[in-house]
Structure formats: structure tokens, C-alpha cells
Design a protein around this ligand. Structure first.
Ligand SMILES: NC(=O)c1ccc[n+]([C@@H]2O[C@H](COP(=O)([O-])OP(=O)(O)OC[C@H]3O[C@@H](n4cnc5c(N)ncnc54)[C@H](OP(=O)(O)O)[C@@H]3O)[C@@H](O)[C@H]2O)c1
Length: 332
């Protein structure tokens, strides 16, 4: 395969110790020696990408590095024989964008086992609108729906105007659940209503001044994306046999809690890991996102950007001010 020059948003540490992203021209011959070369058409921005872009060693150990944990594109070459040249594929998670150059580059090279046939029923732009955020929301709603039915009561979604949170609100309301969204944004109420939320509460209202291990039973289920005190309060307010999914730490890694909600109310806390979700489960969720769960995601909640606009959006996301989704379009 001949060497191809391509553009990528590459992050490196400056002499002042600060990590910055810059658009660089790179060569496909420097990509990892893996089976599958993909021309990336769309990617998307996730919280993990923002951390990688600012030198977070828990996400990316070695720099210079190209972030981007999501990519949808076209197969250029597959040495494994699994995919045909020209076929549309999707890669989300695994090590993409963490320590393997990711979707913020116009080309990626990955093990063919990381790729899935692009879900029919979605365009590449639509699949990247969902991206890891949509997949994680799908995994969360799927896990919750196995034990909590729409008639059981209200579901709380935290970080609800973020990527994972907003899709969770949309998917839950499409599936008939009554949803309350927690948001720190004054304009959040309107957006959440458009996604189908019945109520909106502020981050402050989602916290309780009481340290009591059990609070008034309020939520049949919780989709949490933020962790910390908000998750702790939500768990203490979950009804008997309720279910909480936990996927994120936008507020904190901590979880102030006792064991009492578990042993006195029999609640279930389910961890969600989209990065290494088994292929069969992933495919099931992608299929749902492309069919029964396909939602009309409000235009105010997403925008298409190019590589040179990434820096601003990364800053917004790290300040907790990002709304919804940013899809990155490569200009091949
Ligand atoms: N486990 C997995 O597989 C997986 C996959 C994807 C993402 N994640 C994690 O899930 C979390 C959300 O990801 P995302 O892509 O949806 O990020 P995002 O788009 O930045 O959304 C996060 C949302 O959390 C809220 N928030 C931010 N800072 C907060 C704070 N200090 N206290 C309370 N709420 C705060 C904000 O929503 P409001 O203003 O509406 O409150 C923000 O929009 C991140 O921690 C991410 O790493 C995990």
C-alpha cells in the first residue's frame, strides 16, 4: 500500500509542560502495523478525547498523540480479509484514540476485530452523532430496562445535557419512561423538554444536605454520568429494587455512600463500560439505535465542526459547559 499524507489534530507537550493540539500533516506509514486501514469520514468529540487532548495520563500515556475514540469511515485495505475495500465500518472504544492514533486523524489503522460493519439504517454522520456517547447511553438504558419497566416510576438522568445524558433522556422517553433530567445549565430545561424529559432539576436540587444513609424513595431508576455527591444522593433516593447505572465521573470519582441502600432496599448498581463492551452486545445496541431507538436529536444539541474548531470545543467540554454533541467532518 502506498504511503498517504493526511491531516490530524495531534497533541504534544510544549517546553512549558502544557499539552496543546495542532493540525499536522502525517503519513499512513507511521500508523500502527495493524490489519485494517480506514479513511475516516466522521468522528466525534467525547469527554475522554478532551482529557487525552490535555495530557491526561490515565487516558493517554505517550505523546505526540492523535485523540478520537470514535470513527466512521471507508475501508482502504484489510489484510485480515474480513472487510472489503470501500466497505463502510465503525470503530468506537477499544484502544482507539487512547494510545492508538484515533479519529481526529483522516486515517486510522486498527485490528480488524475492533471494527464493525457500519449499522445499516444510519448514515456515517448519524452514527457519529451517537458515537461512544450514544452507545454508552444505549448500554445504560438497555441495562436499566432489563429490571425496571416504564410503569415502575420515574427515572433520573444526571449530566443530562451532555452527550451520554442527552441520549439517555431521548432513549428513555422514546421507550415510554418518565424522565427527570439534572442539569447545571439555565437553558437546559427547554432542551430536555425537546428530548422528552417530563421534569428538570438543577444540580443543587439533585443534592441533599442530609447525610442520612437513606432518603425519601423517589427514583425507580437512575442513569448517572457524573458520579460524586449527585450519584450518592440519587442512590440514597432510589426505591426498593430500583436500578442505577453508573458510567461517568464528570463531577467526581468519589462516591460517598453506605451499604444501607443495597442491603435494605435491594437496589442494583450497574457499571457501564462501552470501551470493551462485547461485540455481540455492541451490535445489538447499534441495531436498536438504528431502528426502534432512532431519535430525532434536537438540532440545538449538535453541530458539525472541522479539526481547526476542536480546541474551543475541548475547552467548553472540560469546563462542563459543552452541550450535546460535536461531530467532526474530515475534508478529504
Ligand atoms: N463508561 C463508559 O463507557 C463511558 C463512555 C462515555 C462517556 N463516559 C463518561 O461519562 C461522562 C459523560 O460523558 P459525556 O461524553 O456525556 O460528557 P459531556 O458531554 O461533557 O457531558 C457531561 C455533562 O455532565 C454535567 N457536568 C459537568 N461537570 C459537572 C459537575 N462538576 N457536576 C455535575 N455535573 C457536571 C454537564 O451536564 P449538565 O450541565 O446538564 O449538568 C455536562 O454536560 C464522562 O465522565 C465520561 O468520561 C463513560
Amino acid at each position: 500500500m502506498k504511503d498517504i499524507l493526511y491531516k490530524a489534530y495531534q497533541v504534544a507537550q510544549g517546553d512549558d509542560g502544557i499539552f496543546r493540539g495542532e493540525i499536522k500533516e502525517l503519513q499512513t506509514s507511521n500508523l500502527p502495523e495493524e490489519d485494517l486501514l480506514i479513511k475516516v469520514v466522521y468522528s466525534s468529540l467525547n469527554y475522554k478525547d478532551a482529557l487525552s487532548a490535555r495530557g491526561n495520563k490515565g487516558v493517554t500515556k505517550h505523546y505526540p498523540h492523535t485523540p478520537g475514540i470514535d470513527a466512521a469511515g471507508i475501508v482502504v485495505e484489510d489484510l485480515s480479509g474480513q472487510f472489503k475495500t470501500g466497505e463502510e465500518v465503525i470503530v468506537t472504544g477499544w484502544d482507539l484514540g487512547m494510545n492508538t492514533p484515533g479519529g481526529f486523524g483522516e486515517y486510522i489503522k486498527v485490528p480488524s476485530s475492533w471494527a464493525a460493519k457500519h449499522p445499516s439504517g444510519l448514515s456515517m454522520k448519524e452514527s457519529m452523532l451517537y458515537g461512544t456517547a450514544g452507545l454508552t447511553a444505549g448500554l445504560s438504558v438497555y441495562a436499566l430496562s432489563q429490571l425496571v419497566k416504564p410503569q415502575s416510576g420515574e427515572i433520573l438522568v444526571t449530566g443530562s445535557t451532555g452527550g451520554v445524558g442527552s441520549f439517555s433522556v431521548g432513549l428513555l422517553s422514546k421507550s415510554g419512561y418518565k424522565v427527570t433530567g439534572v442539569t447545571g445549565k439555565p437553558e437546559g430545561k427547554k432542551l430536555l423538554e425537546r428530548l422528552g424529559a417530563s421534569y428538570t432539576i438543577s444540580r443543587e436540587e439533585a443534592l441533599s444536605p442530609s447525610r442520612s444513609p437513606l432518603l425519601r424513595e423517589q427514583w425507580s431508576g437512575v442513569v448517572d454520568t457524573v458520579g460524586g455527591d449527585i450519584l450518592g444522593t440519587a442512590i440514597r433516593s432510589t426505591v426498593q429494587r430500583g436500578v442505577i447505572t453508573c458510567c461517568g465521573n464528570a463531577a467526581s470519582n468519589d462516591l460517598p455512600l453506605t451499604v444501607l441502600p443495597f442491603i435494605l432496599r435491594g437496589i442494583t448498581l450497574t457499571g457501564i463500560d462501552s470501551q470493551k463492551a462485547p461485540s455481540e452486545l455492541r451490535n445489538k445496541i447499534w441495531n436498536l439505535l438504528a431502528t426502534d431507538w432512532k431519535i430525532n436529536y434536537p438540532k440545538e444539541l449538535w453541530s458539525e465542526i472541522t479539526l481547526d474548531q476542536l480546541d474551543d470545543k475541548i475547552e467548553l467540554m472540560l469546563k462542563g459547559k459543552g452541550k450535546g454533541r460535536f461531530i467532526i467532518k474530515h475534508n478529504h
